[in-house]
Write a protein that binds this ligand. Structure first.
Ligand code: PLP
Length: 396
């Protein structure tokens, strides 16, 4: 299979791509789906192309739904993970004093949005405590919600399943169970989870989940999708700025929401990317997310193990469960220089800075980290080459 995956991933011929947490290399069927649709649009017209492909577009929703263990009616296609996340956030008409409970490792933009809501609407943000080994403490989460309820209205728990800047995997199922038992809506940012972790939204018990195409799903940039639960739909939740795809203007002073998660979509879509995202979902289902997880996590474990043996290198990942994201620092303030050193040797990685995770970087007492994120199509030899190159850099 590895030979086939690599043959279908032309980029592997030129690069050791260990930046799948940034944007993965698209496999050929994804590229083809996008280019074919763009060509069709140029030949027959954009609206006409969408109509010709209506069935394929509908099938795409089935594939996205299958990835999350849900139904097409619960899927909304959105511009990116952040767009889906804010669509969900905007469903809650927060009032002064309301509380959002979140984690110390939630995604950068989410943390900024919580703070903006605090400043604009007067809500309170509570960060649930971590376990000693890292990762949200489910009992601490429960206590934080109960304490918030004692003084105000706890409106929402929001949690990033896998943060952008470390290999931590949050126990979302435990958090979901806490939320459900206390009747608090649960919003999950699964941006780094989709494509590397098998997902069943019924086990997570979330009301909303947001994600993007370009990371471990191996889709294109500039597109994503979200899950909206039957519970949220039945509650009548809808985004603050619902548009004519999400609702019908049925009389001069009345609008009516669509019945499905499409109420979270915008009318205008980049259909070529919609097709590309669907192709990526299909490809992931064919590879098998369990296979992707087993291989990518094993490669990451090998990488961590190798890096840990290099003098002057510190592996930063914490938590009981660690995924295909590996983060490390080089002592002597030399972390930043490692990324271009690797790039010059055709090894793609990325730099994380303390802005990306104030609490996490603070806890680890580092300002910068290099993120290396293998996927199932990478090889042991590529991982070993990366380890050797880091050792060369650290030894200088
Ligand atoms: C955990 C997490 N959430 C959300 C995002 C944002 O995704 P997007 O850029 O598609 O909005 C990222 C991007 O790196 C991420 O790592």
């Amino acid at each position: 299979m590895l030979t086939r995956w690599r043959a279908e991933t032309p980029g592997t011929a030129h690069r050791i791509h260990l930046n799948n947490a940034g944007a993965s290399l698209m496999p050929a069927p994804v590229h083809t789906a996008i280019v074919d649709h763009l060509r069709l649009e140029s030949e027959i017209g954009g609206y006409e192309a969408a109509e010709v492909c209506a069935e394929a577009i509908a099938t795409g929703y089935e594939d996205l739904a299958a990835l999350l263990g849900t139904r097409p009616r619960n899927i909304a296609v959105v511009a990116n993970a952040t767009a889906g996340f804010v669509q969900a956030l905007s469903s809650f008409d927060f009032a002064p004093g309301d509380v959002i409970v979140t984690s110390r490792c939630d995604y950068t933009s989410n943390q900024i949005q919580y703070l903006a809501l605090r400043d604009r609407l007067g809500i309170e943000i509570v960060h649930a405590p971590d376990l000693p080994e890292g990762g949200i403490d489910p009992d601490g989460l429960r206590a934080a919600i109960v304490a918030a309820q004692g003084r105000a209205r706890c409106r929402l728990v929001a949690l990033s399943w896998i943060p952008t800047n470390s290999g931590l995997v949050q126990d979302v199922e435990a958090a979901g169970a806490v939320c459900e038992s206390l009747g608090i809506p649960f919003l999950v940012d699964a941006c780094q989870a989709v494509g590397q972790v098998p997902i069943s939204v019924s086990r997570v018990r979330c009301d909303f989940l947001s994600t993007t195409a370009r990371k471990f799903l191996r889709g294109p940039r500039g597109i994503g999708f979200m899950y909206v639960s039957d519970r949220a739909l039945a509650r009548g939740d809808y985004p603050l700025f619902v548009d004519m795809r999400g609702a019908r203007w049925i009389a001069e002073s009345t609008f009516e929401l669509t019945e499905t998660a499409s109420r979270y979509e915008d009318w205008e879509f980049p259909y070529a990317l919609v097709m590309g995202q669907a192709a990526a979902a299909r490809y992931a289902l064919e590879v098998g997310v369990e296979t992707a997880q087993a291989r990518s996590w094993a490669l990451a474990a090998r990488l961590r193990h190798g890096l840990e043996t290099i003098p002057g290198v510190r592996v930063l990942d914490r938590g009981a469960v660690r995924c295909a994201i590996v983060t490390m620092a080089v002592e002597g303030g030399r972390t930043r220089g490692l990324v271009p050193f690797l790039t010059a040797r055709q090894i793609n990685t990325s730099l994380s800075v303390s802005d990306y995770g104030r609490y996490d970087f603070g806890d680890k007492a580092v300002d910068e980290a290099v993120r290396l994120s293998p996927h199932y199509y990478n090889t042991e030899a590529e991982v070993d080459a990366a380890i050797a190159t880091v050792a060369e850099f650290a030894g200088q």
